[in-house]
Design a protein around this ligand. Structure first.
Ligand code: SAM
Length: 230
């Protein structure tokens, strides 16, 4: 909240490289396991915009996947594995693979999926998907990774390669949200959409929700923007 207050005045994120964010956050196992990942998981049930994004995921993506004869999915930047768990639990025929560069995220995700008995249909991979492309799948999920990167379009191009023809992807970004590891500032959903198009995705439907109303007119507030693309 202190970072957000500073952002309201500066209107930019403090400069940070991806390597700095990775070493301070993703590769800091203690911080990831005790604070970052549990906080991220809880946020989906405490923050209205995260909860509404989950509901959009259920109706716009999981419901469509439910009708599919090929319910194989991959989640990139899996973090806590909340979204993977949701698909595995709701779609008993589904199988999935998770990908993350953070050893802590991989461990947390593995434990999370195992704790609810869904691990026989899931594999977890510690992998940078730009350096090592994922095996293409018909259903692809990537939640809140783009704003963590210096070059989101490069990452999105690697994701596009991971989507089979006829497949669908659920991709989100956090906008105007000043977190320690948010590097790329998206100010509105059109900017994310432009990046998706540049990477070769076509928009099917989208959703935007605010964390709260602006404290005064014109003050940027954190937004969750989610896109179903093909
Ligand atoms: C904010 S978390 C999102 C986690 C989860 N998708 C969620 O919304 O709860 C961002 C995750 O992206 C991962 N990440 C960052 N850069 C990545 C990259 N190049 N490839 C794969 N994962 C990456 C981080 O390690 C972290 O676990």
């Amino acid at each position: 909240m202190r970072r957000q207050k500073a952002f309201e005045l500066a209107r930019v994120y403090p400069h940070k490289t991806y390597a700095q964010a990775a070493s301070e956050v993703y590769l800091n196992c203690e911080h990831m396991m005790l604070e970052y990942l549990p906080g991220l998981l809880l946020s989906h049930f405490l923050w209205p915009h995260h909860y509404r994004q989950l509901q959009f995921f259920d109706t716009a993506f999981a419901a469509a996947m439910h009708m599919s004869l090929q319910p194989q999915f991959a989640e990139v930047g899996v973090g806590t594995a909340l979204y993977s768990r949701r698909l595995l639990a709701r779609l008993p025929q589904s199988t999935g693979s998770g990908y993350d560069i953070s050893p802590a995220s991989c461990q947390f995700a593995r434990r999370h999926i195992e704790s609810v008995g869904l691990h026989l249909r899931y594999s977890m991979n510690e992998q940078d998907i730009i350096a090592q492309p994922i095996a293409p799948v018909p259903w692809l999920v990537c939640v809140e990774v783009l704003e963590h990167l210096e070059k989101p379009v490069e990452f999105l191009r690697a994701l596009r390669v991971g989507l089979l023809p006829g497949g669908k992807a659920f991709i989100t970004a956090a906008l105007n949200a000043a977190h320690a590891d948010h590097i790329y500032l998206y100010r509105n959903s059109e900017e994310v959409c432009a990046h998706l198009n540049a990477a070769g995705f076509t928009l099917e439907q989208s959703f935007v929700a605010a964390a709260y109303g602006p404290p005064s007119p014109g003050v940027p507030v954190p937004l969750a923007a989610a896109f179903v693309v093909y």
